[in-house]
Design a protein around this ligand. Structure first.
Ligand SMILES: [Zn+2]
Length: 295
C-alpha cells in the first residue's frame, strides 16, 4: 500500500446503538476518506468491558450498512490488541517513563494529578494504576477544522493514566497504538475529544509512532446544548428512512445538497456527497443543533 494513501477510521464503542451524533461523525469520516480515494476502516473500541452492551456490535454494523457506509478490510476490535498494549507499556516501563499509582479518586482533589506517587515504591501486588511521567513540554498540532491547539502537557494534563486500577487500558493509550497498527493517518472524530488529543501526541512521540492528521468535527447538541451521547440516552438512529436522514445530515454538515437529492437513494446521495465534500464550511464550528423532529 503506498504510504501516501489516506487511511481513515471510525471507532465506535459497542456500548449501545449509534445515535445521530455518532452517525454524523461516521459520515464525515467516510466522506473525508472517500473524497481522497482513501480507505475507511472500522474498529470497535471495546476495552471498557463493563460498559459494553450485548448486541451493540451487530446493531452498529447493521446501521452502517443501512446508511451505505461500507468499511474496508476486516473489522478490528481493540480487545485483539491487548498483547500490543502490554508490549508498548513494557517499553515505557523499561525507559522509566511510567510509574504505579495507588491513589483513589476520592483522595485526589484536583483534576490534574499532582504526581503524588512518582517517588513512592508501590509493589506490583498492590492495586494500582499506571501513569505516564509527563515533562513540562508544549505539544502543538493544527487540527484540520479547529486550528492550532497548543497545550503544556505537564501543566494542563499532568501525569495521566495509561492503565486503570481495574486493569483496563486507558483510551488515550490504546488508540494511539490501534491507529499506528492499522497505519491510520487521518483521524476524524467529534470535537469532544479535541482537548484530549495533546495527550495522544505526547504518547506518539514517546513511543516513536507517527502522528495522524486530526479533524475534529462539530458534535450535535440537543435543545439544552448537551452533546448527544449514550450516557444521556440519545435515541438510536432511525433506520426507516436512511436516505432522508443522510440528506438531513448533509444539510447539518453544511454541504448544501440540491433539493432534488432528497428524493434520491442512499447510494446516489453518498456519491453526490463524496464528489462535493467540502470542509471549509465547518471550520471552527464545534457544535451543531439537532434537527428537531426530522430524524
Ligand atoms: Zn498516586
Amino acid at each position: 500500500m503506498p504510504e501516501s494513501r489516506v487511511i481513515g477510521r471510525f471507532a465506535p464503542s459497542p456500548t449501545g446503538p449509534l445515535h445521530l451524533g455518532s452517525l454524523l461523525t461516521a459520515l464525515a469520516g467516510f466522506l473525508e476518506a472517500r473524497s481522497q480515494q482513501g480507505l475507511w476502516l472500522l474498529r470497535f473500541d471495546d476495552l471498557d468491558t463493563p460498559r459494553n452492551q450485548p448486541g451493540a456490535v451487530d446493531a452498529i454494523l447493521t446501521t452502517l450498512d443501512t446508511f451505505g457506509l461500507h468499511w474496508d478490510l476486516n473489522v478490528v476490535y481493540q480487545s485483539q490488541h491487548l498483547p500490543d498494549y502490554h508490549d508498548y507499556l513494557s517499553q515505557l516501563a523499561n525507559n522509566e517513563q511510567v510509574y504505579r499509582c495507588r491513589c483513589s479518586r476520592k483522595t485526589l482533589n484536583s483534576a490534574i494529578y499532582p504526581g503524588t506517587c512518582r517517588a513512592q515504591t508501590i509493589l506490583a501486588s498492590e492495586a494500582h494504576a499506571i501513569r505516564i511521567k509527563t515533562n513540562p513540554q508544549v505539544i502543538c498540532f493544527t487540527d484540520a477544522l479547529q486550528g492550532v491547539i497548543a497545550h503544556d502537557i505537564r501543566a494542563q494534563h499532568g501525569d495521566f493514566i495509561l492503565k486503570r486500577k481495574d486493569n483496563i487500558f486507558a483510551y488515550q493509550f490504546a488508540v494511539v497504538i490501534d491507529d499506528a497498527l492499522a497505519g491510520v493517518n487521518q483521524v476524524v472524530r467529534g470535537c469532544d475529544l479535541l482537548l484530549e488529543t495533546p495527550k495522544q501526541l505526547y504518547l506518539q512521540q514517546l513511543l516513536g509512532l507517527a502522528t495522524p492528521r486530526y479533524m475534529h468535527v462539530p458534535v450535535i447538541v440537543d435543545a439544552n446544548g448537551q452533546k448527544l451521547s449514550k450516557q444521556s440516552y440519545a435515541a438510536a438512529v432511525d433506520t426507516h428512512n436512511p436516505a432522508q436522514t443522510l440528506y438531513d445530515l448533509l444539510i447539518l454538515l453544511k454541504q448544501q445538497p440540491p433539493k432534488k437529492l432528497s428524493l434520491a437513494t442512499v447510494n446516489e446521495i453518498l456519491t453526490w456527497a463524496i464528489t462535493h465534500w467540502q470542509t471549509t464550511p465547518l471550520s471552527a464550528i464545534t457544535q451543531l443543533n439537532a434537527l428537531s423532529g426530522r430524524t
